[in-house]
Design a protein around this ligand. Structure first.
Ligand SMILES: [Zn+2]
Length: 329
């Protein structure tokens, strides 16, 4: 997985390559046109010479400079008119002799003054989407497609409310979380097929669309990666990059915690990540099939007291939504 820095560098390299390509294309177009219309080449040369003369004007006395400048501009205009007419007569668009940009705003540099151009943000976002691991799924699973009709409105005695009311509440809280994004954390828990992953995807898309970086991993993927890095400590840089990504991503989503086999190592790494991100005020969303007791068994008290004590918990219960969807088809 590429880190944000790597993605950024890659995108900058792409802009470089794009500008080189466009410059080469322009040269080719020019050569072809000049072959056909040699007068055009003369005009272009004269125009660039006039440009040099204009630059020399600053050395002149102010009075004579005004006059000379007016003269130069007149010559320039005459040449430009001749050029445009010649092009028009030969059915050539004036743009053929100009550099072509994919993005006029930043002239394919990615920047407007010191600020990232919208096209660059878009490119970066695209990569982020790509590697958030949820690019395709969030087209289908997002706040707009969240279907409350799938949830029963029959009150579950032990809970005191219906699955539908509960889902409504969870939805509201997830939306508020994505919108505020103020360092709050979520713990989604309940049986499988109750809509936790769906809601994680909704949050991921909403946060990505707000221009934030999202790293979406199942606990299995996360721990596998951590284990791998543990045994490749010599590749220092990569370890640091991955670590930075885990800690710096604006939002980290760990889906399906508890299905993987937790070792002392993974448990302590989980604690470290949760703790570091808390210090950086970077939100985490965790979903798990395990109930409180099972989580306690699998993870240490210090992990769990963090999770339960400092995370907003969203409980999921009711029928298996996935089964319902399947039969509804
Ligand atoms: Zn641009």
């Amino acid at each position: 997985m590429a880190t944000r820095t790597q993605i950024y560098k890659e995108v900058l390299r792409e802009y470089d390559a794009l500008r080189t390509l466009k410059a080469a294309e322009l040269r080719e177009r020019r050569e072809a046109i000049y072959m056909k219309l040699p007068r055009l080449e003369e005009i272009e040369r004269e125009l660039s010479l006039l440009g040099v003369s204009t630059a020399k004007l600053v050395l002149m006395q102010p009075e004579s400079r005004e006059v000379a400048l007016a003269e130069l501009q007149e010559k320039q205009n005459a040449l430009k008119t001749e050029r445009d007419e010649l092009m028009a007569k030969n059915c050539l668009s004036p743009s053929l002799l100009k550099l072509e940009y994919v993005c006029e705003t930043c002239k394919d540099t990615g920047y407007v003054e010191d600020k990232q151009c919208a096209c660059m943000k878009h490119k970066l976002m695209d990569r982020l989407y790509d590697q958030s691991n949820v690019r395709d799924i969030i087209k289908l699973e997002n706040f707009d497609t969240f279907d409350l009709r799938l949830f029963s409105d029959e009150v579950v005695k032990a809970e005191g409310i219906s699955p539908k009311e509960n889902a409504q509440r969870n939805l509201r809280m997830a939306m508020a979380f994505a919108e505020d994004f103020a360092g709050d954390n979520l713990l989604l828990y309940g049986g499988s097929g109750r809509g936790k992953t769906f809601l994680c995807n909704c949050i991921a898309k909403d946060v990505l669309d707000r221009g934030k970086t999202v790293l979406y991993l199942t606990a299995g993927q996360l721990f596998k990666q951590l284990e791998e890095l543990r045994f490749h400590r010599d590749e220092e840089e990569e370890t640091l990059d991955w670590d930075a990504e885990l800690l710096d991503a604006d939002l980290l989503i760990i889906d399906d915690l508890g299905t993987e086999f937790a070792t002392m190592f993974t448990a302590s790494e989980l604690f470290r990540i949760i703790n570091d991100r808390k210090l950086r005020k970077r939100p985490v969303v965790i979903s798990t099939n395990l109930d409180y007791k099972a989580l306690m068994d699998q993870y240490s008290d210090r992990v769990m007291s963090r999770l339960i004590g400092e995370y907003t918990t969203l409980k999921f219960f009711g029928d298996d939504i996935r089964m319902k969807k399947k039969y509804a088809r």
